[in-house]
Ligand binder design. Sequence first.
Ligand code: PLP
Length: 424
Amino acid sequence: MLEAITSSEQAIALEDKHGAHNYHPLPVVLSRGEGVYLWDVEGKKYFDFLSAYSAVNQGHCHPRIKASLIEQAETLTLTSRAFHNDILGPYEKYVTEYFGFDKVLPMNTGVEAVETAIKIARKWGHEVKGVKENEATIVVANNNFHGRTTTVISFSNDENARKNFGPYMSGFINIPYDDVNALEKVLKESPNVVGFLIEPIQGEAGVVTPSEDFIPKVAELCKEFNVLLMADEIQTGIARTGSLLAVCGNCTCEGHCERQSTYVKPDLLILGKALSGGVYPVSAVLADNHIMNVIKPGQHGSTFGGNPLGAKVAMTALEVVRDEKLAQNARKLGQIFRERMQHLVEKSDWVTLVRGRGLLNAVVIDQPKNGDVAWRICLALRDNGLLAKPTHGNIIRFAPPLVMTEEELHTCCDIIESTILNFK
Ligand SMILES: *Cc1c(COP(=O)(O)O)cnc(C)c1O
């Protein structure tokens, strides 16, 4: 029987004793969520300002997504792809029309979708572009985060993520982020490049936001050199940054992209996290036929990928984003948030910078190397009813669910402001 949890200390002690220590969570034990709110086991209420790394853009336990999950759970959950099921086809039609691609390859977790995109790009490179077998190369950015598999950590430059997990996968070239010239140089020198894998904003690196014209310029270069633009929108996609996808830039379409001039269409679009509304792992790679058709039966797959439960949940999660105009809300609230934080930057010695787009934002805390100021600020925020977590020591990411109201956002900004102004 499951041990009943009656206190935070008890839950934390159990995790410490019985679970691998691969995370360092903020000490708070959550037992319930609804919309933008979370409650801990003692009953204290918090604003969620992490949204499970942008997986719960639609808010906790969204009633429509929950209803979909329950309905499908009572009907059919898993068939494997050995047989067809009656949800996968309608979901595939829905998701491809939603994002404007011919085809989707369904997977489960984010990193699986990244791996899938890498496999498609390599196969396309060898079979369509004509690169000699085993020589396909993929260009990636420094300080990237694309997940935790052995291949993906091979091209990470975070020592903690990488060290002693070798031998590493070859076939990747790292260049600085937001550096069009570096990309052009590599593409000129290396005819074997088949893809450029990029986060439109680097979330884990601390919401590092590139110049406005970075993605459009990168897209032009990829076209010129016949290289696939692989957009990892696992964290930035699905309305988080104030447009349906971060590659949409300043597109002002109604959530559904109308292919405005600022829109860049990647060759491979990688989605995860909020694709499921934070309910059940669902990820996907989208591409047009001339790329996706390199994958033939038996060449790639996953037991749970495309299962009816996940497909149903994902379809509803996307409907919620569109019906509740979450991209527009994220854009509007994001501007307010950054304005309020800018005031804080001027008033506080602790906060030196605010950056981000839509509701994916971060503040940089002035602290000595290896200091713990940002961590202690997050503890103080927790005590004042708001949950956020530092990344890379001195950066605090602020990414609430996109269903937040303007009034709630102001309340949250008040909490952040008074916490930091009173911080010692
Ligand atoms: C979270 C994330 C991933 C990995 O997703 P998992 O579901 O944790 O495997 C990959 N890329 C980006 C940009 C992410 O934010």
